[in-house]
Design a protein around this ligand. Sequence first.
Ligand code: NCD
Length: 311
Amino acid sequence: MPTGLKGRNLLEPMDFSVDEMECLFRLADRVIEAPEQYADRCRGRLLATLFYEPSTRTRFSFEAAMLRLGGQVIGFSEPNSSSVAKGESLSDTVRTVACYADLAVIRHPKEGAPRVAALATDMPVINAGDGGHQHPTQTLTDLLTIRRERGGLGGLNIGVCGDLRFGRTVHSLIKALSRYPGMRFALISPEELMIPEYVRKEVLQKGGIPFDEVRMLQDVMPGLDALYMTRVQKERFFNEEDYIRLKDSYILDAEKMRLARPDMMVLHPLPRVNEIAVEVDADPRALYFKQARNGMFVRMALIMALLGVER
Ligand code: NCD
């Protein structure tokens, strides 16, 4: 079945319907089962990765995904090594890249930058994180992981903990999950890092989705199906003192894990700083490295779908 996503952009999670996401997850499942069947799918195709902000997983997983599909990759991870340093606009850079590549992945510190890029070209554009706004391909990774662990999405009580204000993965995750039935959220953060008003009002309240905003992780742990931990987003702070005061607000350790259900999923988009103690890695409920691997497979599915070569 074609996914119907050929030629489309992925700028924010709602760009794809629930059914379209399901097609992508099924495709990702098939890639995980038999990756060799997809090894030539993108032969002769070129992916451009334009990273105006640091990245490890997102850029490498996109590049690995394209290479594992038999395609090739160009791009930069250091904008000062490109004509950006000469003052070229994002639109001009993207129009130029579209002369060479078949699709582009863009990470940028400014909210909405990937949308500006998409308006400048017919080439499919994927948002790989725009400032403190959205990160839809991390959400594909997160949903694929939950779906594979639980056999489906919906009917889950999800705790989201840490920097809910600047954490773009959190905004995209809540938006995407809000479309499944029976969801409930526990939003765990310090006062200063609470979820933005637009997510609270436009997504949660408008959707009639039950949620609690709490300070203490321990208070909600026992009822959670999944705990999504996040890093305090240092690069979005205006002053260092606030960051230092807030950075270690939550540390998940073996002792806190004793409060959780025996099958609670621990997720994290990574990179981790201090918010999950290394001792938790050995707990079978810790899924974050598995999640990173799923990220490559779901990006393989996404690339094939946008290029229309999934069949
Ligand atoms: C996240 C990001 O860049 O927003 N990382 C990622 O893509 N896996 C999370 C983070 O940086 O904290």
